[in-house]
Ligand binder design. Structure first.
Ligand code: NAD
Length: 251
C-alpha cells in the first residue's frame, strides 16, 4: 500500500494561497504538516487560508513577500525557517505571465517574469537547501510549464523562465543527490486557475483541440504530482520533470 505521510514535516510553498499552490497546501495540510504559505498581496484571502489550514497541532502561517526581489526572497526564507524551525520540503509555485510577441516585448515584462518565476526559485531554494543538506533530507519541487518545451508564441519571457527552472533543477539534483536531497519539476499543461482564466474562447478551443484528454487540468491534478515528488516514496527520483498535461506534450 502506498500511503503518503507528511505529518510534522516543515513545508514552504511560494504562491501558496490560491490556484495550484493552494491545492498543494491543502493536500499537505490534510497530513498535519507545518506550512508557510507565501503570497504577494491579498491579505484577506491569506488570513482566511491560514485559518482554514490551522488545524490540530499544525503550525501554519501566511507570509507576505514580493519575491521579485532578492532581498524579499531572503527575508521570506529567513522568516519561514524561523517560524518552522527548519525545512523539509520547498515547493516553488509563484509565477506570472506577461505575454507579448518577442519583437515587442518590453524590458520590464522580460525582467519581471524572469525575476518572479526564475530568480526567486534560485534565491529561495539556495537558502532552503543549506538546511536540507545539513539534515541529510530534503525535497525541492519547482513548478515549470509545458511552455518550457512547447514555447507558446508570445511567451518568450515565460518560456525562458520555465526552461531556466528546468536547467536549475537538473544541476541542483546532481549536486545534492548524495545527501538525500531530491530536486524535481512538475510541469503542468493548461490548468484551470486565475493564470489561465484570461484565455479567450477561440484560444481555449484551440488548446482543447491539441490536448488528447480534451480538457484543462485541475489544480488538484498538479498537487498530487507535487505530493509524490515530496514524499518518502520518491526517494530514488531526482532530476526529473513530471508532466501533468492531459497528454499534450509527450516529448
Ligand atoms: P495563480 O495566478 O493562481 O498563482 C500564482 C501565484 O504566484 C499566486 O499565489 C501569486 O500570489 C504568486 N505571485 C505572483 N507574483 C508574485 C510575486 N511577485 N511575489 C510572490 N508571489 C507572487 O496561477 P497558478 O496557475 O496557480 O500558477 C502556479 C504556478 O503554476 C506558476 O508558477 C505557473 O507559472 C505554473 N503553471 C500554471 C499553469 C496554468 O495553466 N495555470 C500552467 C503551467 C504552469
Amino acid at each position: 500500500m502506498l500511503n503518503f505521510d507528511f505529518s510534522g514535516k516543515n513545508i514552504v510553498i511560494t504562491g501558496g494561497i490560491r490556484g495550484i499552490g493552494y491545492s498543494v497546501a491543502k493536500l499537505f495540510s490534510s497530513y498535519s504538516s507545518n506550512i508557510v504559505l507565501g503570497y504577494r498581496s491579498d491579505h484577506d484571502l491569506a488570513e482566511s487560508v491560514e485559518s482554514e489550514f490551522s488545524l490540530g497541532n499544525s503550525k501554519v502561517k501566511a507570509l507576505c513577500a514580493d519575491l521579485s526581489s532578492q532581498d524579499e526572497c531572503d527575508r521570506f526564507m529567513k522568516e519561514s525557517l524561523s517560524f518552522l524551525s527548519g525545512i523539509d520540503i520547498f515547493v516553488h509555485c509563484c509565477g506570472i505571465r506577461q505575454d507579448a510577441p518577442a519583437s515587442m516585448m518590453k524590458n520590464d515584462s522580460w525582467n519581471k517574469v524572469i525575476d518572479v518565476n526564475l530568480n526567486s526559485a534560485f534565491y529561495c531554494s539556495r537558502i532552503a537547501v543549506k538546511k536540507m543538506l545539513k539534515k541529510r533530507f530534503g525535497r525541492i519541487v519547482f513548478i515549470s510549464s509545458v511552455s518550457a518545451s512547447v514555447g507558446g508564441p508570445g511567451q518568450s519571457n515565460y518560456a525562458a523562465s520555465k526552461s531556466g527552472i528546468e536547467g536549475l533543477m537538473r544541476v541542483m539534483s546532481r549536486e545534492f543527490a548524495d545527501r538525500n536531497v531530491t530536486v524535481n519539476c512538475v510541469s503542468p499543461g493548461l490548468i484551470d486557475t486565475d493564470m489561465s482564466k484570461d484565455i479567450n474562447k477561440s484560444m481555449r478551443e484551440f488548446y482543447l483541440s491539441v490536448i488528447p484528454m480534451k480538457k484543462f487540468g485541475q489544480p488538484e491534478d498538479v498537487a498530487s504530482a507535487v505530493a509524490f515528488l515530496s514524499s518518502d516514496q520518491s526517494s530514488y527520483v531526482t532530476g526529473q520533470i513530471l508532466k501533468v498535461n492531459g497528454g499534450m506534450d509527450v516529448s
